[in-house]
Design a protein around this ligand. Structure first.
Ligand SMILES: C[S@@+](CC[C@H](N)C(=O)[O-])C[C@H]1O[C@@H](n2cnc3c(N)ncnc32)[C@H](O)[C@@H]1O
Length: 212
């Protein structure tokens, strides 16, 4: 990922979540009313480019995988008394605005590349969305920074229960050093009952290729 630019795939998956409620009938697998607005005002052009450039099945898989993993994790989150929710590669995740009722007991740590987070902060400001005290944005470059140190510096307590979805695995796996570092995450000190979830999707080949 270029440092000066937000992740393309974060924008694509946010649009995918938003398009799920526009393109598909209820009941939706996952309802994200913030996806399209967080993705930026030019989301229709981005979506047109995406659907023009990629095979339909790839776009369907992308939307299905995106809403499926989001639903899975948030369902699990509801069934346990977690105190911390760590989202690695959070992108334009909107949990904090969809579930403000949970933010009293639960601290949410959104971890992502500094460039993506800077871009997201701009969108948050432009949309006038509130950031509650228990909603922390933690800028971390998985390829360079120490994840646990950054989380602890942001106020995370390693011994508390936590739950984490959506690793940016494909990108991470490109570099051995960051793969090794992030692969240690589930074994990092955590209280009994902590849960870690990872999504990984086999690529069906994309003509757009390249950076995430
Ligand atoms: C496919 S997006 C997923 C976003 C989110 N989990 C979702 O489902 O919408 C991958 C995310 O990984 C982040 N990412 C990629 N490389 C990274 C790195 N080296 N350090 C931190 N985050 C990275 C990107 O900024 C992007 O937000």
């Amino acid at each position: 990922m270029l440092v000066a630019q937000a992740s393309r795939t974060a924008i694509w998956t946010a649009i995918g979540r938003g398009q799920h409620r526009q393109l598909h009938r209820r009941p939706w697998v996952f309802d994200d009313p913030f996806g399209l607005t967080l993705a930026g005002p030019d989301w229709p052009q981005v979506w047109t480019r995406l659907t023009t450039a990629l095979p339909g099945r790839y776009v369907d898989q992308m939307v299905g995988a995106t809403v499926g993993r989001a639903r899975y994790v948030e369902d699990r989150l509801r069934h346990y008394p977690f105190r911390q929710y760590v989202v690695l590669g959070a992108g334009l995740d909107s949990f904090a605005w969809r579930r403000p009722d949970l933010l009293g007991e639960l601290r949410v740590f959104e971890v992502d590349h500094p460039a993506t987070q800077a871009w997201k902060r701009d969108r948050i400001g432009a949309l006038g969305l509130p950031i509650q005290p228990n909603h922390l944005l933690v800028p971390v470059d998985f390829e360079r920074d120490a994840l646990l140190d950054s989380l602890v510096a942001a106020g995370s307590t390693p011994g508390c229960r936590r739950c984490s979805p959506g690793w940016a695995w494909r990108r991470i796996s490109a570099r051995r050093r960051s793969r090794t570092r992030c692969a240690r995450w589930p074994a990092a000190p955590a209280a009994p009952g902590s849960v870690s979830t990872t999504s990984r999707r086999r690529s069906c080949g994309t003509p757009m290729g390249g950076r995430s």
